[in-house]
Design a protein around this ligand. Structure first.
Ligand code: ZN
Length: 170
């Protein structure tokens, strides 16, 4: 089913008819995520498909796939970057503690209703790298890694740059 997505879905009804949805969510609907994006950017809506289903064990779940292009600021050069995010998710709905099958996370409904926007926002936030930077480790020529871990990361990403730096020291 394609079209405009609702913010909230009634679990019992959607599970019953094994409903599947596909559509987009505007970033203004995801305020916590929007706050992390460049203010001057006009972010594309996030693409989403999901379904309500029963697992092989009969537990109720919501399963889906999220795709987004997030205009962010590179923390190394402070330039603009578009961070692509793709995230699969499956959450058990109102499962009890210890009921979690195959290590699936549990989402609690609000009196039988799931807040889709809150769910999606949470999933995207979880999918974000902790530090957002261009893939190119040389995007800022004045950048000097400040901690050993980052130096290692930079060398792993770009062994030739590390070698060149080493040669420069000799
Ligand atoms: Zn950068």
């Amino acid at each position: 089913m394609q079209g405009k997505l609702q913010q909230s879905y009634r679990v019992a009804r959607e599970i019953e008819r094994n409903a599947a949805f596909e559509g987009e969510i505007a970033m203004v609907q995801l305020p916590r995520l929007r706050e992390l994006l460049r203010e001057d950017a006009r972010p594309q809506p996030l693409k989403l498909r999901f379904e309500f289903r029963r697992t092989e064990w009969g537990a109720r779940s919501i399963r889906g796939h999220i795709e987004a292009q997030l205009p962010m600021t590179c923390e190394r050069c402070l330039g603009a970057m578009d961070l692509p995010v793709e995230q699969d998710f499956e959450l058990l709905i109102d499962a009890c503690e210890g009921d979690d099958e195959a290590g699936l996370e549990v989402i609690h409904s609000d009196e039988g209703w799931i807040d889709l926007f809150a769910l999606v926002e949470e999933e995207v936030m979880l999918a974000l790298p902790i530090i957002r930077r261009h893939d190119n480790v040389d995007c800022n020529e004045f950048w000097r890694p400040s901690d050993p871990e980052e130096t290692m990361e930079a060398e792993r990403d770009n062994p030739f740059a590390a070698l060149a730096a080493l040669k420069g020291k000799l």
